[in-house]
Design a protein around this ligand. Structure first.
Ligand code: HEM
Ligand code: HEM
Length: 184
């Protein structure tokens, strides 16, 4: 009898990218709320925290571009054949929505900064050159979009985590361990 085939997993690179992006995204929310609402406006402290938020946002953008490139080189493991069609569709739609938000949220954040006329200063003294002329209406538009996209993003992440935990604790299948670190 041949050994039963081990369920396929995400490779180490995909897992490392998933968990670094997840960690950085989860840091962004408390940081954004703190810098925006609990620190004196226009203080040195606020400027420093904005730079941190922007730097993490740009890092997320770069890591997600690398992740999408790596996904072409090393496609995700196929979902188990036993998974119902609606669940496959839900998983694919959910992941597509996450990728869309992972790209859109930092891009809109950058555009907000560009249109505001304030320099986009990251940590380590890096300044991102502005690609837009100063425009109050656009600043408000991108600012509002960044706010609503941001909170939509958190809701989609909550659904994603709930789905992963459902697989682990209710269905007791292999889905979560496909993404967990370490050898199986
Ligand atoms: C995935 C990456 C990002 C996430 C999840 C995120 C999330 C958020 C959220 C939720 C807020 C609203 C905070 C509140 O309600 O008080 C916010 C505000 C802000 N974000 Fe981001 N952000 C990201 C990337 C970026 C980037 C790349 C930039 C700029 C380069 C940026 C610039 C800002 C600024 C300037 C604010 C304050 C807006 C204001 O004062 O009206 N963000 N961010
Ligand atoms: C901000 C946080 C997170 C983001 C942005 C995120 C994003 C993503 C994305 C885009 C994928 C699709 C990967 C691909 O096929 O290319 C994925 C897969 C996955 N994520 Fe997350 N994730 C986050 C947090 C979490 C957490 C906390 C868990 C566990 C509790 C988790 C568990 C998983 C699992 C198990 C998969 C693989 C699903 C499958 O096998 O099809 N994720 N995640």
């Amino acid at each position: 009898m041949p050994e039963p085939e081990a369920p396929a997993r995400y490779d180490a690179t995909a897992r490392a990218l998933h968990w670094s992006v997840a960690l950085l995204v989860l840091l962004q929310f408390p940081l954004a709320v703190y810098m925006d609402r609990f620190v004196e406006a226009f203080s040195q402290e606020q400027f420093r925290l904005y730079s941190l938020h922007k730097t993490i946002g740009v890092a997320i953008l770069l890591l997600v571009v690398v992740r999408l490139g790596w996904r072409l080189v090393s496609p995700p493991p196929p979902l188990p054949a036993s998974m119902p069609a609606w669940e496959r569709r839900a998983a694919h739609t959910g992941h597509a929505a996450l990728y869309l938000l992972l790209l859109a949220q930092p891009v809109v954040g950058l555009l907000h900064g560009f249109a505001s006329g304030f320099p986009t200063v990251l940590l380590f003294g890096v300044t991102v050159p502005s690609l837009l002329a100063t425009d109050k209406a656009l600043t408000d538009l991108f600012g509002t979009a960044h706010f609503y996209l941001g909170w939509t993003f958190l809701a989609v992440v909550a659904l994603h985590v709930a789905a992963a935990l459902r697989h682990r604790f209710l269905l007791k299948d292999e889905i979560l361990s496909r993404m967990l670190p370490g050898a199986r």
